[in-house]
Design a binder for this molecule. Sequence first.
Ligand code: GDD
Ligand code: MG
Length: 194
Amino acid sequence: MSTDRIKNLKTELLSDNWYTLNKLTFDYLQSNGEWRSVTRECYDRGDGAVILLYNKVKQTVVLTKQLRIPTYVNGNKEGFLIEACAGMLDNDKPEDCIKKEVEEETGYRITNVEKVMEAYSSPGSVTEILHYFIGEYSDQMKVNEGGGAANETEDIEVLELAFNTAVNSIKTGEIKDIKTICLLQYAQINNIMQ
Ligand SMILES: Nc1nc2c(ncn2[C@@H]2O[C@H](COP(=O)(O)OP(=O)(O)O[C@H]3O[C@H](CO)[C@@H](O)[C@H](O)[C@@H]3O)[C@@H](O)[C@H]2O)c(=O)[nH]1
Ligand SMILES: [Mg+2]
């Protein structure tokens, strides 16, 4: 990883308690032609995958609701967040990861998923790139209650909402998660419910 405008990149570990926080120091060639020394903290939690589960017949989507403590300490009163099903890749390919997460978190066993985009989640400070999928679900695909993997400490509520209600919840502020907003708007723009 090198460009003509970055040199002498040094990485200093600040924390590897759960994920990895590094302090990066480098020389940066500014647009005005001068080199400047820059320091940035950079949090590495690995990459992730997210999916919008949708049903065209019922005009519904399946979302999850769970405690997200960072939102609790930043303005989210009860601390719970409505999100599209998502998980961290660990060592899986994005497509395998997301199918596994769907079954663990929502209880649906789906076979077909479509990748629609990938995007950095918070590029000023977090390394994560997120792989975005959509996938159709039906009642017949339900194989368990969902709620999260048994060996993890997840406590996830599964929500089945009318697509229009979900989209409207962006306006009301009830849905306030960026990956979920991206997928709901992707669905709207591309008319996937039709
Ligand atoms: N002990 C401990 N456990 C943790 C910690 N951070 C996360 N975990 C556990 O690690 C697991 C992560 O669950 P996943 O379903 O794989 O990930 P996610 O939290 O849903 O992440 C998804 O959404 C994030 C937020 O948008 C994304 O950042 C991520 O890439 C992914 O898409 C959960 O059991 C969670 O409790 C921590 O600091 N300590
Ligand atoms: Mg998850």
